[in-house]
Design a protein around this ligand. Sequence first.
Ligand code: PMP
Ligand code: GLN
Length: 392
Amino acid sequence: MKPTNPIYTGLPTTIFEVMSRMAKENGAINLGQGFPDVDGPEDIRRFAAEEIVNGRNQYPPMMGVPELRKAVAAANARFYDLEVDWESEVLVTSGATEAISDCLAALIEPGDEVVLIEPLYDCYLPLVRRAGATPRPVRVTPPDWRLDPEALAAAFGPKTKAVLLNNPMNPAAKVFGLDELKLIADHVIANDAVAICDEVYEHIIFDGRKHHPLMSLPGMRERTVRIGSAGKTFSLTGWKVGYVTAAPALLDPITKAHQFTTFTTPPGLQKAVAYGLGKGDDYYAGLAGDLQAKRDRFANGLAAIGFSVVPCAGTYFITADMRSVGVEDDDVTACRRLTMEAGVTAVPVSAFYESEAPRGFVRFCFSKREAVLDGALERLARWVERKEAARA
Ligand code: PMP
Ligand code: GLN
């Protein structure tokens, strides 16, 4: 038999699945894979149930049900003052992952280069490569995750077709400042490229910060694709409902990639998400406020145990330096030890780097009930005490 595609052949299972499995096998508290342990609002779930029982369950329109496309357009106006035509500028996909895949398949040609900021969400590199492009990663590292303007400039060139940007950023919990966004926009415009913006954590942003879509910067409206996800905005990660906003010239080919990837997304879920997007400001403030309180609870707890914790401006992830509690192993080993010895599962940050990763950093997901976070902190505290006692 001739060989199967080398990009996927032999590729390991994603780190999120691997760590969830390891947590389960060891009875550990799973703060690895990113998902909330309480489902999103009951009224949204009831809305979906009602649609599934009494509504239509056949193929919806290929671009998404009008209710959701209108709701996405309205949300763009409401939150970012972006005027969006729901009919020609909004596409519904089966999750942000499908959206990213569609964008890369539709906008990239073999030989192109794609600029990305490393650490990278796991699907980015294989999808960029499968589209035939060469990735041009720019590294940022903890604790400050500073974007070096010179490194950024060096990654762009005449072959740059796109930048793929995740903001707020997983796992760094970094929210790009307007100055950084402006810099990125300048390079995109100067190189006549496009921006693919993974903004799934747009509403999970803390300390009074405001999310600025790259699309809203001068000159970027026509050359930016903005991606959101109901999984994050409504704590319904299993639903896999995503949405894409882009000018018609970009959205049209993306829609064609979508039509031959999934074609549609379950209509009842789409309608329920449309209902959800219309929720009042209190819902959105509650989502961020709740998670901010959990961030503080967990970050303070980690710090009290002795962990050095990297600041978290958005997303529901927090990164800690294992060396601060005397663990000098690489982060993969550290995560295995955390699971087996402490009974708490995290994700090694090196999984998000292709180039040499910063040593010893692990990512915890804090979108969990307070009792679960407290239980994890208690286990971690006991583990650190045991280690110290063994060393004394
Ligand atoms: N991008 C980032 C940065 C993510 O963290 C996630 C969530 N896991 C996704 C994309 C995927 O979103 P979805 O589940 O909607 O495909
Ligand atoms: N995005 C989630 C995370 O970062 C996981 C999604 C997945 O498992 N594919 O943990």
